[in-house]
Design a binder for this molecule. Structure first.
Ligand code: ZN
Length: 222
């Protein structure tokens, strides 16, 4: 018998037994066809990931659409998968159009103008869904146990250039140079406290900073 049988049976998302599928982090659809190497694979309930599908499509279109032309992978992806999903969904089209904003100026902490990129309003429900799955998946991958469901994940999107300087001391993991890389930090004072910097495609635009906050855990303590 596999010594890790019990571990493999736990769902990374809800933490309960009975995982019946394998989830990829980052999602496979973030890669152009044929480029799927290096994915992190973790056990999940199909039912726990059912509501993630729409958030994945939403973020893939947003990130690959925002990425600069110098990111060939994102351009290819947006021209194929992104375009296909936009062609096939009038609802998604009108949603994205209504959420596109004029270009946003990026200013460094020292007040230096860093250029501008198209701004986009990010749907908060999709954001919560997407980041929850990404962070819980990566946490499980590193710690080999699920992050408890009552640990909150606080997050915001920001250009890498305005991220806290401390992130530069966080180890970096590159899953694919043009698709996804991340940095992480585990706190010494609490096993469930961690920080994550998720960089998609052109990391100038597609960067998510997230922190797992275990402060709500005590409410469930016995
Ligand atoms: Zn589950």
């Amino acid at each position: 018998m596999c010594p890790n049988k019990q571990l493999k049976n736990l769902c990374y998302f809800c933490g309960l037994e009975g995982a019946d599928t394998i989830e990829d982090i980052p999602p496979r659809s973030f890669f152009p066809d044929g480029q799927r190497q290096g994915l992190i694979r973790i056990p999940a309930h199909a039912s726990c990931n059912g509501n993630w599908t729409k958030a994945i499509e939403y973020f893939r279109n947003v990130f690959s659409g925002l990425s600069g032309k110098n990111n060939f992978t994102a351009s290819v992806l947006f021209d194929t998968k992104g375009k296909r999903s936009l062609q096939n969904s009038p609802k998604l089209r009108s949603k994205l159009v209504s959420e596109l904003r004029p270009r946003i100026d990026f200013i460094s902490a020292g007040g230096v103008y860093l250029g501008s990129k198209p701004g986009v309003y990010i749907d908060p429900d999709h954001k919560e869904n997407f980041v929850n799955h990404m962070v819980r998946g990566l946490y499980f991958h590193h710690k080999k146990v699920p992050l408890p469901a009552n640990v909150k994940i606080k997050t915001h999107l920001q250009p890498r250039t305005s991220a806290p300087l401390i992130i530069q001391s966080m180890p970096i993991v590159e899953i694919h140079p043009k698709v996804f890389k991340y940095r992480y930090l585990f706190a010494n004072d609490h096993i469930h406290a961690s920080a994550w910097l998720l960089g998609f495609y052109d990391v100038e635009a597609g960067t998510i900073f997230a922190i797992t906050d275990p402060s709500g855990e005590s409410q469930l303590g016995t």
